[in-house]
Each structure stands twice: as structure tokens, then as C-alpha cells.
Design a protein around this ligand. Structure first.
Ligand code: AMP
Ligand code: ZN
Length: 113
């Protein structure tokens, strides 16, 4: 499949890996928006949050658990962080494989743009 994040998860396109297991791959964002900017993706191709169902949505909970583990390991759990999923054009999604941004290391503004 011609999908950038499928290729990254398969190791066909290089990335800086942060974490990997059977279900999830996590890597550094190429254009970081905060001192910590990690992208977490399911290894299976799910195009966006719009494509989540009762059958495939379990991996989203697992991704949040992995994010919590990385936050503790990398020392920003107490200070705080933000997990972001952009969906569709108005949501600012630019890669058509569901992904979660894990942002930390600075005070993140609210509301988002
Ligand atoms: P979104 O705009 O929510 O679809 O997020 C896509 C993210 O993927 C952006 O933050 C990009 O900087 C990031 N990105 C795009 N290509 C790569 C790549 N080859 N390696 C790492 N991150 C990437
Ligand atoms: Zn994909």
C-alpha cells in the first residue's frame, strides 16, 4: 500500500524509532512542534479517526497506554503533555494513516489554532 506511515512502520522509510511492539510503532516527528514530539501509529492501516469501529478501536487505548509509559520513562509525566489526533481537512490531517501526536516539554497553548 502506498502509505507513508505504513512504510515507516515496516522500516521501508527511515525514522527515529522511540518504541515498537506488535501493534504500535512510535517515532520522532520530522518537524517537531515542541521539545518532545513523538508520533504513535497502529501498524495496521486505519486511514483516520473516521474509520474507527468497535472492531478496530482497541489499538487506540493501547496507544494511550504506550504514551503514558513513554511520558513516565522520558520524565514529562508530572509536568504534563498533550496527545493530539488530527482528522480530515479541517482537523489538519496531512497523512492518511491514523496517528497520535505526543507533545511535551513546553507549555502548550489552548485553544489550538
Ligand atoms: P498531521 O498533520 O496530523 O497529519 O501530522 C502528520 C505529521 O507527520 C506532521 O507533524 C509531520 O511533520 C510528520 N511527518 C511527515 N512525514 C514524516 C516523516 N517522514 N517522518 C517523521 N514525521 C513525519
Ligand atoms: Zn498506512
Amino acid at each position: 500500500m502506498d502509505c507513508l506511515f505504513c512504510k515507516i512502520a515496516a522500516g521501508e522509510i527511515p525514522s527515529t524509532k522511540v518504541y515498537e511492539d506488535e501493534q504500535v510503532y512510535a517515532f520522532l516527528d520530522i518537524e517537531p512542534q515542541a521539545p518532545v514530539h513523538i508520533i504513535l501509529i497502529p501498524k495496521t492501516h486505519i486511514p483516520s479517526a473516521n474509520a474507527l469501529t468497535e472492531e478496530n478501536a482497541g489499538v487506540v487505548g493501547h496507544i494511550y497506554a504506550v504514551a503514558a509509559k513513554l511520558a513516565k520513562e522520558q520524565g514529562f509525566a508530572e509536568k504534563g503533555y498533550r496527545i493530539v489526533n488530527n482528522c480530515g481537512e479541517d482537523g489538519g490531517q496531512t497523512v492518511g494513516h491514523i496517528h497520535f501526536h505526543l507533545l511535551a516539554g513546553r507549555n502548550l497553548g489552548w485553544p489550538p489554532g
